[in-house]
Write a protein that binds this ligand. Structure first.
Ligand SMILES: Nc1ncnc2c1ncn2[C@@H]1O[C@H](COP(=O)(O)OP(=O)(O)OP(=O)(O)O)[C@@H](O)[C@H]1O
Length: 227
């Protein structure tokens, strides 16, 4: 497993929206590299809020998140170039197809290769069972196909940090299994750090090495990280 990837750390993280109660309070945690961390807990307990802070879409009320020595909210571009994330709420371009979208992402990151990239796109779309519809406009996709496209967009750059909010919800059983196997392969062989919220216990069990139970208990999370 490569040892060169930075580690993601939350330090004394707290979050409240406006003057409402704290959803996350004084949370410190080191996400171990080469593992998947599950975020589990009831609706409204703060899983998406933590993920949104980890993607820099939301700011902590207090505290910091570090990727190696980078404070992610201070240097979001450097951090986000190493990150792949898929959230239900992400808007996809309606008048492009998946092939075009993935090519744009690879080109924008400076990762396009005329020979290798089309093969990489084909392999990922085959894994997600989206190959047949790759030339069809995204605006005509079903919700499951949209979900697959979001996942493909998150994973095509093979990022060392993968953040997924309920990625399995709209997927059929075969694709859930293929995606779980793929993520297990990434973390074991490439040392990827994966953080994933899911209400599906069987997925959490097959994929996650540790689970953060929401609402978060800051003291417990800290001692778990240190053990
Ligand atoms: N932008 C916002 N403004 C105000 N309150 C918010 C905002 N986003 C989330 N909240 C509140 O923060 C709390 C945590 O929400 P969050 O979406 O993080 O929960 P969750 O654990 O991901 O829930 P679910 O399992 O339903 O996806 C909820 O009470 C929610 O209403």
């Amino acid at each position: 497993m490569p040892d060169s990837q930075p580690t993601l750390k939350a330090i004394n993280l707290s979050k409240r929206y406006g003057q409402a109660r704290y959803i996350i309070q004084d949370f410190s945690y080191t996400f171990p590299r080469g593992t998947a961390t599950g975020l589990s807990g009831p609706n409204g307990s703060g899983k998406t809020t933590l993920l949104r802070m980890l993607t820099t879409a939301a700011y902590p009320t207090t505290g910091n998140i570090f990727w190696g020595d980078i404070d992610i909210h201070q240097q979001p571009h450097r951090y986000l170039s190493a990150t792949g994330f898929a959230f239900d709420s992400t808007e996809l371009p309606q008048f492009a197809n998946t092939d075009e979208l993935l090519e744009v992402i690879l080109r924008a990151r400076g990762l396009w290769d005329d020979t290798e990239s089309p093969k990489k796109i084909s392999a990922l779309l085959e894994l997600l069972a989206l190959d047949e519809r790759r030339k069809t406009l995204i605006g005509t996709y079903s919700s499951g196909m949209m979900q697959k496209t979001l996942l493909a967009a998150a994973l095509i750059t093979e990022p060392p940090l993968i953040l997924l909010d309920e990625p399995f919800r709209a997927l059929d059983v075969e694709t859930r299994t293929a995606l779980t196997d793929y993520l297990n392969h990434r973390k074991k062989n490439f040392g990827d750090t994966i953080i994933i919220s899911s209400h599906l216990p069987e997925i959490v069990e097959r994929l996650c090495d540790q689970v953060l139970q929401f609402p978060l208990d800051s003291g417990e999370a800290e001692s778990e990280a240190e053990s």
